[in-house]
Design a protein around this ligand. Structure first.
Ligand code: HEC
Ligand code: HEC
Ligand code: HEC
Ligand code: HEC
Length: 458
């Protein structure tokens, strides 16, 4: 039987990392990114990456990188505390800090199945700067580049035999004790597993096809060889020889390639929402969640289905709607079916269905009403709301940008909302219901035109 030499070594990863860090620090820094040389990133990079870090990362990882950002409370797994210097996805040995390329890769691809978004939309220099910032927060920027675990130039090919051999090894090495006999994450030890912060952590369901560190053979080779520090996933590099580790990779990939039912229904949607960390920033159906983004129960009442689905697929495409939010909505690169399920889910939170959200007939809005509405909007609303590219008055705009109102908001919902809201913000000299109807007509007419011309202009 092949047993991992140090089963729960990740628990002591911090101590190991500290010792090794001290050893690396003693080596003279050489040029280049070779093992033991200086990292290819500088203090200047880290400094340049600071604003980007504050905007894109601090909501979860915290301004100081301690994993305690305002969105962290409702996330599981929790955002990484960089200052603890324990990293899951590395091409280095267990207990050793990540290589610079490991951090860069995590930033580019994210961690599928968690709230950690992929930042492939950043330019390469931006990703390097933000990686430098992460390494600086972790106190690792000035440490030498840690050595990469050796990986053969040409791994053995995947064959039916290698998969069968991997299956045998999966039993012998007791992978099943955590991951379960058929890889569903339901092994006998699964319920007892805890991470480095002593929080419960599930043994991964290997049939789900979601791998934090990527699903290429070489990615999985490194995960199995070096383990995932901070989690109970042990390293097997010291107890299983190289050829056998490739066979395990082939078996794991065969598990992930099995039939998978497409996600369906509210339960699947909620699972995607939980996994993707929506709760970190949004209140969900049970009333629990963060406040960095709008309450999704309200979003479900007012957003049009088409807009909502397009927004979930590309949340950055139309600029920021709520100018007051400190952090932007992350682009999780949701798949089409995920965005569709989440759209239905959000609508259901607002007790609506897709078919109910028909667009307003802009042609039917009477011209005189629109004209009256324009004057009223300028007097009553423009101080707080941008519309059609004209910024709200006074530089600060407390209200949402209404440029996309016609495409984004349910026309019928807006009637009731503007009636109450228009009076609430007006004070003593409140506009009449008829006035507010005219304002709604104007907002819809001009935002409809703005959206149409934006679409025509590309
Ligand atoms: C919406 C929340 C969220 C945002 C925004 C976010 N992260 Fe993360 N990040 C996470 C979570 C959650 C994890 C831990 C996942 C796990 O443990 O499986 C994580 C993990 C990481 C890791 C650790 C990888 C490892 O090997 O352990 C790095 C590095 C990282 N994030 C960098 C960044 C950077 C850089 C940014 C901004 C450009 C960023 N993150 C933005 C939630 C977020
Ligand atoms: C002590 C329990 C335990 C044992 C034994 C164990 N694992 Fe894991 N493994 C985990 C946990 C927990 C995770 C999830 C880690 C996380 O998400 O942070 C994991 C994650 C993984 C992953 C996902 C990698 C990724 O990129 O997300 C793979 C693949 C994997 N294990 C393979 C194996 C194989 C193969 C073996 C046996 C050689 C094995 N594990 C033994 C607990 C275990
Ligand atoms: C880091 C915080 C954060 C996370 C995580 C996050 N969002 Fe958001 N979300 C926001 C912010 C901020 C806005 C407002 C965006 C704007 O002003 O353009 C927003 C806007 C939205 C909106 C539009 C609401 C409206 O009134 O227009 C929806 C719907 C939404 N998010 C759904 C989701 C879903 C689903 C997830 C998970 C896959 C998610 N969000 C994850 C912060 C977040
Ligand atoms: C003092 C500032 C202020 C004034 C004046 C004001 N609003 Fe608002 N408006 C807000 C704020 C803040 C919100 C966001 C409230 C919320 O989400 O709970 C809002 C929300 C809205 C919304 C919902 C939009 C969305 O994306 O959710 C509409 C529509 C709207 N206002 C229209 C108007 C109209 C029409 C007027 C003029 C009659 C007006 N507002 C005047 C501050 C203002």
């Amino acid at each position: 039987m092949i047993l991992p030499a140090r089963r729960h070594r990740p628990r002591t990863a911090l101590a190991a990392a500290t010792v090794l860090l001290a050893a690396f620090a003693l080596r003279p820094a050489a040029a280049g990114a070779e093992d033991g040389g200086a990292r290819p990133l500088t203090d200047a990079d880290a400094q340049a990456g600071r604003p980007l870090y504050l905007r894109e990362c601090a909501a979860c990882h915290g301004e100081r990188g301690d994993g305690a950002g305002p969105a962290a409370e409702f996330l599981s797994p929790r955002p990484r505390d960089f200052t603890a210097r324990v990293f899951k996805v590395r091409t280095t040995d267990s207990g050793i800090p990540p290589r610079t390329e490991d951090v860069l890769r995590t930033i580019e691809r994210g961690f599928p199945g968690t709230a950690m978004p992929p930042f492939e939309f950043l330019t390469e220099p931006e990703r390097r700067q933000v990686a430098a910032q992460v390494l600086a927060l972790a106190g690792l920027l000035h440490n030498a580049e840690p050595p990469r675990l050796p990986v053969p130039a040409s791994p053995p090919p995947t064959t039916r035999e290698s998969v069968a051999h991997g299956k045998q090894l999966y039993r012998d090495a007791e992978c099943f004790s955590c991951h379960g006999k058929s890889g569903k994450g339901d092994g006998p030890s699964a319920a007892t597993l805890r991470d480095v912060d002593d929080r419960p952590i599930p043994a991964r369901n290997l049939t789900g096809g979601l791998f934090r560190g990527g699903a290429d053979r070489v990615d999985l080779y490194y995960r199995i060889s070096g383990g995932m520090d901070g989690s109970p996933m042990p390293e097997f590099g010291s107890s299983i020889d190289e050829g056998d580790r490739w066979a395990l990779v082939d078996y794991v990939l065969s598990l992930a390639a099995g039939p998978r039912r497409p996600p369906q229904g509210d339960r699947a949607a909620l699972e995607i929402a939980e996994r993707g960390g929506c709760r970190g920033c949004h209140v969900l159906g049970d009333g629990r969640g963060g406040a960095l983004g709008p309450d999704l129960r309200v979003a479900g009442q007012k957003l049009r289905a088409e807009w909502l689905e397009a927004f979930l697929r590309h949340p950055r495409r139309n600029g920021q709607i709520y100018p007051s939010s400190t952090y932007p909505m992350p682009d999780m690169r949701l798949a089409d079916d995920e965005a569709r399920l989440l759209t239905d889910y959000v609508l259901r939170l607002g007790k609506r269905r897709r078919s109910a959200a028909a667009p307003a007939d802009l042609g039917a809005l009477p011209a005189p009403a629109i004209e009256r509405g324009q004057a009223l909007f300028a007097a009553r609303c423009a101080a707080c709301h941008a519309l059609g590219g004209s910024p709200a008055g006074g530089g600060s705009s407390p209200g949402p940008d209404l440029t996309q109102a016609a495409a984004r908001l349910d026309f019928a919902w807006a009637k009731g909302w503007i009636r109450e809201h228009g009076k609430a913000v007006a004070g003593s000299d409140a506009p009449t219901d008829a006035d507010l109807e005219d304002v709604r007509a104007f907002v819809w007419k001009s935002s409809g035109a703005a959206v149409a011309s934006a679409a025509a202009g590309g």
